[in-house]
Structure formats: C-alpha cells, structure tokens
Design a protein around this ligand. Structure first.
Ligand SMILES: Cc1ncc(COP(=O)(O)O)c(C=O)c1O
Length: 448
C-alpha cells in the first residue's frame, strides 16, 4: 500500500472513538498508540518496540503477524466474503467445529458460534435455561455466578459476573441470579506456586445456595476455571472438583468460561483438561482465531445438544431460537482453522506446561520487589499483586504499567494487580527480559 493511503499511518483525531474500558479523557492527554506487531513485539507510533506480555488481551496465543492466518483470511474473503448460517450453510463453520472437536474434551463437542466472549457467555446461559425446558424442568431458571467473576459485558454476563463497577449502573439486571464467594485468599495462600492449598471449602457455599433457593430452581453454575480479568484468581486445589460434585448431586449444569484459559493458556488444550474437571459447557473466544478476527463459541455436551434435537425432525422447526448474523462467519472460521494448524504444528497447546516452571520461577523472583504482597502463577499466566497506595487504589499499578510501556513492555493491570499472559511462543530469553523490565519498573515506582 502506498505511503499515506493506510489510515493507520495518519495521526487521527482522538475525539470520536469512545474507547472501551478506558479513561478516555486521560488517554487523550497521554495516548499510547500501537501501529505494528510481529512475533512477540508491538511497535509503538514513536517507533519503539514493546514486548507483548499479555498476548494483546489474552488472545494472540501464537504471536503476532502470522502470515498463514492472513493468507487464509484473504483467500476466504476473495472466495466468499460472507454467507448466512440461518437455514443455510457453507462448509467453513462445519469444518471448524469438526476441527475444534479434536481439541475439546470427549463428548463436549457440539459447537455454537458467536463473535466474542460476551456473546458466548450469554449464549451459554440461554442454552442452559432452554435445555432445562427441553428436558421438562422449566422451573430451573436460576443462574449462579461468583464474586469477582468476569463474564463479559452483555446483560447475562454482567448479571452472573461479580465486578461491582460493571454492574452497578446498569440495573435491573437479569433476574434469578445468585453468587458464590470468590476464591481469593491472600492471607492463607500468598506466594503459592501453582494452585493454592487453601479454599476448596468455598465450593460448599453452593450447598447453601441450593438450600436457600431449592435445587429444582437452579439451571446452571458458571465460573472461570481461573478468573483472569479480576487479577488471576486461581482455583484452590480440589475446588473445581467439589463444585462439579455438588452440581452433579443436584443435577445442576456446570459452565466453564474458558475465554482466556482456552487454547493452551494453562498448558493444555483447555483448563478443563489441565484441571481434569469436566463441565457441561465451555465458552471460548480470543485464542480461537489467535485474535485475528473476532470470534467466540460455546462447546456443549452431547446430552444438552441432543435434548434439543428430539421430536419431529421432518419440518423446518428451529430447535434453538438464538444466533448471530455472523455466527460461523467464513473469514473467522478460516482464521480459526489456520490458527489451529499453527497451534498444533508448533506444539502451543502444551508449551505453557513446558515453560511453566521457568516462568513461575522468574515470576516468584519478584516477591521481594517493593510493595509486592503476592505472586501467583499457572501455565503461562502470572499475577503480581501490589499493596494499594493509601487513598489511591490502582494508582501504583497504573504507574508500573506506564513505566513498563515506556521501557518496552506491555503488561495488564486490574486495580493493583499486574497480570501477565504472553504469547505461547515466548522464549526463555524473552521471559527474562519481561521480568527484568517489570522488576526495574517495580523498583522505579516503589520509591514513595
Ligand atoms: C472469562 C471471560 N469471559 C468473557 C470475556 C468477554 O470476552 P469479550 O471481550 O470477547 O466479549 C472475557 C474477556 O476478557 C473473559 O476473560
């Protein structure tokens, strides 16, 4: 493309784009712009390179600028740019769902496509309620989420989610929702290597909710196996198993929101595999196309799927009154298929486990840096939690974020928690570089 014709090369006005989850006014005064990406690095608009410590937003698992994905998308756009999937079909989503089924747990391999994690969550919640109808239990409509959970920003997701700011100005939310307590217990579990020892008993709170509401009113429980957006809250050892057992006892569906934990992030295909606990549905997005094209999906057990497929199949009757114009979009499927080729060829589904010890060791070396009150890790995920500055929660971590960016490292901060989740192609040298920049930043921002 000739210089000047690429809109990304021009300096745009910052007034029109209302940025998501951003302090817009602050950003306009102090913008941080990325203009290129290749492998493990972004390039900022002033030309400095930035090591990607967060795989974009937990999505670019195979690293940036993968030509195979670009070629597959370009080819698909030229072959067929769009094709409807309502009472019509085209081969791509069938092919992609079949391909995904190779990586999904056995029996959990019927896939409904969406365009984002938020849509995946709302889709899963709707399938849970409709499934209870389909199997003759329409009274089961309650949904149980968890404190400090992030399930996207649509109404279903913020209702079962547990982040106060994401909920409080948008009421009334979806009715019939209750919450389990979160599992973060820094007093007992600080500086755990891998899964924390304490807290499995917090799953027993589900028994209390069952006693309060009656099992016959509860459709599903939804949790993130690892809560990412609220700062990497790991499941205590035995917690997910206990949740599964209580759901089984009361015939309640269990949904794992794997929007960030899927596609190799925990060192296995899904956290479901890593933790050996089988849900009834898995929501996914992000790594599904390596972040190249928006896409999400819900993997559903055959039992749930088949409950919708009973009755008269001769007519054109629709089994589930739900779907998006872009469910199974051809270019997204093409990107996803190309991404799966890369993940498989480069062993990225399991690379997180191979690097986990080294990664965790380097992360825990920051334990003595100023203001650090916890370090935790699992797969290629880590969090460094800082003591909040008195009267200024979040300020300290934001300063570290800013400092890191200037020094060439992208991290993600939530309040005073720094979350790290690099592309799974990261080398040990890049891990060293990441923690070295972060360590310097913690010291530089640590002096009061
Ligand atoms: C666990 C989880 N669920 C849902 C979402 C929402 O995904 P999206 O931003 O694609 O709507 C996210 C996003 O970070 C997430 O982490």
């Amino acid at each position: 493309m000739a210089a000047g014709t690429n809109p990304a090369n021009e300096s745009p006005s910052l007034d029109q784009f209302w940025m998501p989850f951003t302090a817009n006014r602050h950003f306009r005064k102090d913008p941080r712009m990325l203009v290129g990406a290749e492998g493990m690095y972004y390039t900022a608009d002033d030309g400095h390179t930035v090591l990607d410590g967060t795989a974009g937003l937990w999505c670019v698992n195979a690293g940036h600028g993968r030509r195979e994905i670009a070629d597959a998308v370009g080819e698909q756009l030229r072959t067929m740019d769009f094709g409807p999937t309502f009472q019509m079909g085209h081969p791509l989503p069938f092919r992609f769902a079949e391909r995904l089924s190779e990586y999904l747990p056995e029996g959990l391999d019927r896939v409904f496509f969406t365009n984002s994690g938020s849509e995946s969550v709302d889709t899963a919640l709707k399938i849970a309620r409709a499934y209870q109808h389909a199997r003759g239990e329409p009274g089961r409509w309650r949904l149980i989420g968890r404190e400090r959970a992030y399930h996207g920003v649509n109404f279903g997701g913020i209702s079962v989610g547990g982040i106060v700011n994401n909920r409080r100005r948008f009421g009334p939310l979806v009715g019939g929702v209750d919450h389990l307590p979160h599992t973060h217990d820094i007093e007992r579990n600080a500086f755990s290597v891998g899964l924390p020892e304490h807290g499995a008993e917090r799953a027993d709170e589900l028994e209390r909710l069952v006693a309060l509401h009656g099992a016959e009113t509860i459709a599903a429980v939804i949790v993130e196996p690892i809560a990412g957006s609220t700062g990497v809250l790991l499941p205590p050892k035995g917690y997910l198993e206990r949740l599964r057992a209580i759901c089984d006892k009361h015939d309640i569906l269990l949904i794992f929101d794997e929007v960030i934990t899927g596609f190799g992030r925990t060192g296995d295909n899904f956290a479901t595999d890593r933790f050996g606990v089988m849900p009834d549905m898995i929501t996914m997005a992000k790594g599904m196309t390596n972040g190249a094209i928006p896409m999400g999906g819900v993997a559903v057990s055959r039992e749930i799927h088949d409950a919708f497929m009973q009755g008269d199949a001769r007519g054109p009757g629709i089994e589930l009154f739900h779907g998006y114009t872009y469910s199974g979009h051809p270019t997204a499927c093409a990107a996803g298929l190309a991404a799966m080729d890369i993940f498989e060829r480069e062993g990225l589904f399991t690379r997180g486990r191979e690097l986990e010890d080294y990664w965790g060791q380097r992360a825990h070396e920051l334990a003595n840096a100023p203001n650090v009150i916890d370090v935790r890790n699992q797969g290629l995920i880590a969090a460094i939690e800082l003591a909040p500055r008195p009267g200024g929660p979040g300020e300290r971590a934001f300063e570290v974020f800013r400092h890191c960016f200037d020094q060439g490292l992208l991290i993600r901060v939530t309040a005073d928690i720094i979350a790290l989740s690099p592309p799974l192609i990261v080398s040990t040298e890049e891990i060293d570089r990441l923690f070295s920049i972060l360590g310097e930043a913690l010291h530089a921002c640590g002096e009061e």
